[in-house]
Design a protein around this ligand. Structure first.
Ligand code: HEC
Length: 388
C-alpha cells in the first residue's frame, strides 16, 4: 500500500494537478478570457500548482491529497445545503467544522512561478526532422556555453555568473516543456532578477525553440545511456516517415498503440518479421539493404532518422543496433549490433525498483519475457519529474 502511494498514487495526484490546470486554461481560452503567447493560450497567472516538489516531499503530497478530498466533500456539502432546506443549518455547521480540519499544504511547496507558456505543448513532437533542426540551432547558439555534449563545458561557461547546468541530467524532465520554451526565448533570471542566461527570442522563432528542446532531450538520452547504461529519463522513439510494403509514406507515429522494433540496417541479414512488433528497417541514406528479403515490411532511408537514433543511443556506429518501443511510443530497450536474443533484463528504460529476481528457469523466448515486462511496467506520467 505504502508503495502504491509513492508511485501510482503520487503519479495520479501530479497528473490531476496538471490536467485540471490545462482544463481550466482550455475553458478560459474558449471563453476568450486569455491571450496567446507563442501561438498557444497564455497562462494568465504568475503562479501555478506544481508536482515537482511533491516528489521530494511526500508528506506535503499527502496533505495536498487530503486537501483535495476534503474540498470536494465541502463542495458536496454546500450543494447539499442548497438542496436540503430543512437541514441546512446542520449541514452548514458540519461544513464549517470540515473547513477547520483541512490540512492545507505549504504554499511554497505546491505553488511555483509560472510563465505565459507554462502549459504550452510541443509543436514539433520529437520528430527526426525537428531534432535535426534543433541540432543546427544548438551548434549555432548554445554550444559555446552548454558544450558539444550538453554537459555545460562550453568555452564560455567559466565566464557566466553561474555555471550552465548539465542538460543531460534530470533537469529537462523536471521542467515543463513550456517553461523550457520560455527560458530559451526570454532568458533565465536569478532570484534578484539579474539575467543568468541570455534571451534568444530575437534570433530564434518558436519552432526553433521547440526543436531545440527535442534535440536536447535526444542528446541527453544518448549521453545518459552512454554513461549510466540505461535511460534514466524516458525518451520517445523519434518520429520518422516510413514506407511499408510499397505503400504511400506515413509517419511512424501512426502506429502508436503497437510495439515497434527499429533495426538500423547493416550488412548482416535483416531480422525476420515478428507478429508481436512492427519492424522498421532504418537505412543510412544511400546504403543498400543487407538482404533482399528485408525489402518487404517497413523501411526508411531518411538520414535525419538515422542521426536521431544515433543521438538517442549515444552511439558512434548505429549499424546493426535494434531498438524496441512500447505501445505508447517510449523507447524501452536497445540491442547492440549482433544481438540475437533478448531477455527481460534488456529493459533500459525502467523503474529504479527492480522486481524480485526470478528463480524460475530462464525463458526460452526472451523477447516474450521482455515484452511482458515492457507492458507490465509502463512509463508513468513524466512531466513534473516523476519518471518510470
Ligand atoms: C552565454 C552562455 C549561454 C548560452 C549561449 C546559452 N545558455 Fe542556456 N544557460 C546558461 C546558464 C548560465 C544557465 C543557468 C541559468 C540559471 O539556472 O539561472 C542556462 C540554463 C539553460 C537551461 C535550463 C533552464 C532551466 O529551466 O533551468 C536550458 C534548457 C538552456 N540553458 C538551454 C539553452 C539553449 C537551448 C541555448 C541556445 C539557444 C542556450 N541555453 C544558450 C548559459 C547559456
Amino acid at each position: 500500500m505504502a508503495r502504491w502511494i509513492e508511485t501510482d498514487g503520487l503519479n495520479a495526484l501530479i497528473g490531476l494537478l496538471q490536467w485540471s490546470q490545462l482544463a481550466l486554461l482550455h475553458v478560459l481560452d474558449i471563453l476568450g478570457l486569455v491571450g496567446t503567447q507563442h501561438g498557444q493560450p497564455a497562462w494568465p497567472w504568475s503562479l501555478r500548482l506544481s508536482g515537482e516538489n511533491l516528489l521530494i516531499d511526500l508528506g506535503q503530497a499527502r496533505r495536498l491529497a487530503w486537501t483535495i478530498v476534503l474540498l470536494a466533500a465541502l463542495v458536496f456539502m454546500l450543494l447539499l445545503a442548497i438542496a436540503w432546506r430543512r437541514r441546512r443549518g446542520w449541514v452548514l455547521a458540519a461544513a464549517v467544522v470540515l473547513m477547520t480540519v483541512i490540512p492545507w499544504p505549504e504554499k511554497g511547496v505546491v505553488l511555483v512561478p509560472a510563465y505565459p507558456t507554462s502549459f504550452s505543448r510541443s509543436e514539433t513532437l520529437f520528430s527526426a526532422a525537428s531534432i535535426a533542426q534543433g541540432r543546427k540551432r544548438y551548434a549555432e547558439q548554445c554550444v559555446s556555453c552548454h558544450g558539444a555534449h550538453g554537459d555545460g563545458q562550453g568555452p564560455l561557461a567559466p565566464e557566466q555568473r553561474i555555471w550552465p547546468p548539465n542538460l543531460n541530467g534530470p533537469l529537462l524532465w523536471r521542467r515543463g516543456d513550456g517553461d523550457l520554451l520560455w527560458h530559451i526565448l526570454h532568458g533565465v533570471r536569478d532570484r534578484h532578477g539579474a539575467a543568468t542566461m541570455p534571451a534568444f527570442g530575437a534570433v530564434l522563432d518558436t519552432r526553433d525553440a521547440w526543436a531545440l528542446i527535442d534535440f536536447m532531450k535526444a542528446q541527453g538520452a544518448g549521453q545518459t545511456l552512454r554513461s549510466a547504461g540505461f535511460w534514466a529519463n524516458p525518451v520517445m522513439l523519434p518520429d520518422m516517415v516510413v514506407r511499408c510494403d510499397g505503400r504511400a509514406p506515413r509517419p511512424l507515429s501512426a502506429w502508436r498503440g503497437q510495439r515497434v522494433r527499429i533495426v538500423a540496417a547493416s550488412d548482416t541479414a535483416a531480422p525476420l518479421e515478428d507478429p508481436r512488433l512492427v519492424t522498421v528497417v532504418v537505412r543510412h541514406a544511400g546504403r543498400p539493404l543487407g538482404t533482399p528479403g528485408s525489402q518487404s515490411g517497413c523501411t526508411t532511408d531518411d538520414s535525419q532518422a538515422w542521426e536521431a537514433l544515433r543521438l538517442v543511443t549515444g552511439s558512434d556506429s548505429l549499424a546493426g543496433t535494434q531498438l524496441l518501443a512500447d505501445r505508447d511510443g517510449w523507447l524501452r530497450a536497445a540491442g547492440a549490433p549482433g544481438k540475437s536474443a533478448w531477455s527481460d533484463d534488456d529493459l533500459l528504460c525502467r523503474s529504479e525498483v527492480r522486481p524480485e529476481a526470478s528463480t524460475a528457469a530462464p525463458e526460452i523466448d526472451g523477447l516474450a519475457a521482455l515484452i511482458r515486462r515492457m507492458d507490465a511496467e509502463p512509463v508513468r506520467y513524466v512531466k513534473g519529474g516523476f519518471v518510470h
